[in-house]
Design a protein around this ligand. Structure first.
Ligand code: SF4
Length: 361
């Protein structure tokens, strides 16, 4: 047993790639502080002491969604209580409110799969936001949304992405990956993009020079082997395209979802081991994000010592995860983020959606 772990540690310290069985063993090791020390070592060697963050605003254009994934507390039917769909004016007003922060630098735009909107409806909002706020970067739309746009418009992913890019989109969001296995997706979200479709949307974006993020939603029905399978599928695509910028671990929040009665929220222990193993398995990803909205601020801060070098952003006003019972604040000020990073002994770096450093503090 110890010999196996010694061998894995040697591989990590010599920069050798970990295999599938190594990943499963790391998840099952039980040695949390050892995992954290290894992930922290790799993070330091690869990325140094900077911790990246955005001063950003989330814009969720609609919560109406035809997919109705079992793990989601945000999407709802068009006639359900609380269902909404923003007009262009409402989207602009949301951002105008966020622009009271003089350092506001970008938008994160993700939404439900609206039952009647055409691709042009999403496209025209992106264009309007870009025209009205030309200095803000726009990161938006997941592989799930892009696949949906291609299906409802009858156009190719290339055409969809070229039009979005021309309208002002600069990077693709990382959500919707969940767990990239058919078993999990058939059980939890059979109506949306398959694992192959999600990966292909990223592949096409990367080929067009548009960077994207990747994520993993864990802590529901997946096995440890499926978590490792997910990480390996992302690593393989990254070998092929080098187009992923960051990987984000999303712990499943069960409140107000169809799984609320069956599944408990993950522990901090699981959150930290998943962060560390992700850093160790994803040897070709530069950035690993501790998304404070889902992890909570204290856990995200500790995660900075478990392989993370990014703590997301100010967010302005998060709604998707607060519908699922997130107990974190709906926004942080830039000063609060800076303090969290500095207290962890690291250097805050405000950046845009493509990791260009805007301010070093
Ligand atoms: S996760 Fe996305 S696609 Fe699934 S129901 Fe929620 S908003 Fe819709």
């Amino acid at each position: 047993m110890f010999g196996e772990y010694n061998a894995i540690e040697k591989k990590i310290l010599s920069g050798e790639r970990l295999g599938r069985e190594d990943g499963v063993r790391l998840f099952n090791s039980g040695a949390l502080t050892w995992l954290g020390a290894l992930a922290d070592h790799v993070r330091r060697e690869k990325c140094g002491e900077l911790v990246y963050y955005n001063v950003n605003c989330h814009v969720n254009l609609t919560n109406m969604c035809v997919s109705r994934c079992k793990f989601c507390a945000f999407g709802r039917d068009a006639d359900a209580r609380g269902a909404y769909a923003m007009t262009i004016e409402q989207a602009i007003a949301t951002v105008e409110d966020a622009m009271r922060d003089p350092n506001m630098s970008g938008l994160h735009v993700v939404s439900g799969l609206h039952p009647t909107w055409a691709f042009e409806d999403y496209l025209s909002i992106v264009r309007a936001l870009h025209d009205r706020f030309p200095t803000l970067y726009i990161k938006g739309f997941t592989g799930v949304e892009l696949t949906h746009f291609a299906k409802i418009s009858g156009r190719s992913l290339e055409e969809i992405l070229i039009e979005l890019k021309a309208a002002g989109l600069q990077a693709i969001a990382g959500g919707g990956a969940e767990i990239l296995t058919d078993r999990v997706r058939n059980e939890l979200c059979p109506k949306k993009a398959t694992a192959d479709e999600w990966l292909n949307a990223a592949r096409v974006a990367h080929r067009l020079g548009i960077k994207s993020n990747a994520s993993m939603l864990y802590g529901h029905i997946e096995t440890i082997e499926e978590r490792v399978e997910h990480l390996i599928r992302l690593r393989e695509l990254q070998d092929e395209t080098h187009g992923f910028q960051t990987f984000i671990c999303f712990p499943f929040l069960p409140k107000n979802t169809a799984l609320e009665r069956e599944i408990k929220q993950t522990s901090m222990w699981d959150d930290l081991r998943t962060m560390a193993v992700s850093r160790l398995m994803l040897d070709n990803f530069d950035h690993i994000k501790a998304y404070w909205v889902m992890l909570t601020v204290p856990v995200a801060q500790v995660a900075l010592s478990f392989g993370a070098n990014d703590i997301d952003g100010t967010v302005h006003k998060e709604t998707i995860l607060h519908d699922a019972g997130a107990t974190s604040p709906t926004a942080l000020t830039e000063d609060e983020i800076i303090n969290v990073i500095r207290e962890a002994g690291r250097v805050p770096a405000a950046c845009d959606c493509n990791y260009k450093v805007l301010r070093l503090l």
